[in-house]
Design a binder for this molecule. Structure first.
Ligand code: SF4
Ligand code: SF4
Length: 124
């Protein structure tokens, strides 16, 4: 039986090929949260704030080049961003470094309430 190295894609269901993330403008005023609420009202979406304060939307949808065996069907010609993504920092072998995740309008409303109570907008 072949023993794989500790960090290998061969024992993974290709987690990183099943979503995309897009940077968002950090909400600065309450009205900015209306778009956030709209985004996460759609299925398979969430909005995350990373440790450095950057906001991202995550769209959970598999890449059309992902084969049934969880391998990339265009491996040699895959996009640069895919080539740069390695097991050194990938989501299978590393904790996701989000300080907050929004999956529902209720969670956004709760966040807004919290920042209003603090009298300023900041990540919590
Ligand atoms: S890079 Fe990480 S998440 Fe992507 S397939 Fe390999 S082990 Fe899985
Ligand atoms: S192009 Fe290949 S490596 Fe990149 S996300 Fe799609 S299946 Fe994964």
């Amino acid at each position: 039986m072949k023993i794989f190295n500790k960090r290998t894609c061969k024992v993974c269901d290709a987690i990183c090929c099943r979503y995309i993330t897009i940077p968002l403008k950090t909400p600065e005023i309450i009205e900015d949260f209306e778009n956030i609420k709209w985004y996460i009202s759609h299925e398979n979406t969430e909005v995350n704030i990373e440790e450095d304060g950057a906001w991202y939307i995550k769209l959970k949808t598999p890449c059309e080049h992902l084969s049934k065996n969880n391998l990339c069907s265009i491996y040699k010609n895959r996009p640069e961003i895919c080539k740069e993504h390695t097991t050194k920092s990938c989501e299978k072998y590393n904790e996701e470094n989000f300080i907050l995740t929004f999956k529902s309008v209720e969670e956004v409303n709760k966040y807004i309430e919290t920042i209003l109570k603090k009298g300023r907008h900041q990540t919590i």
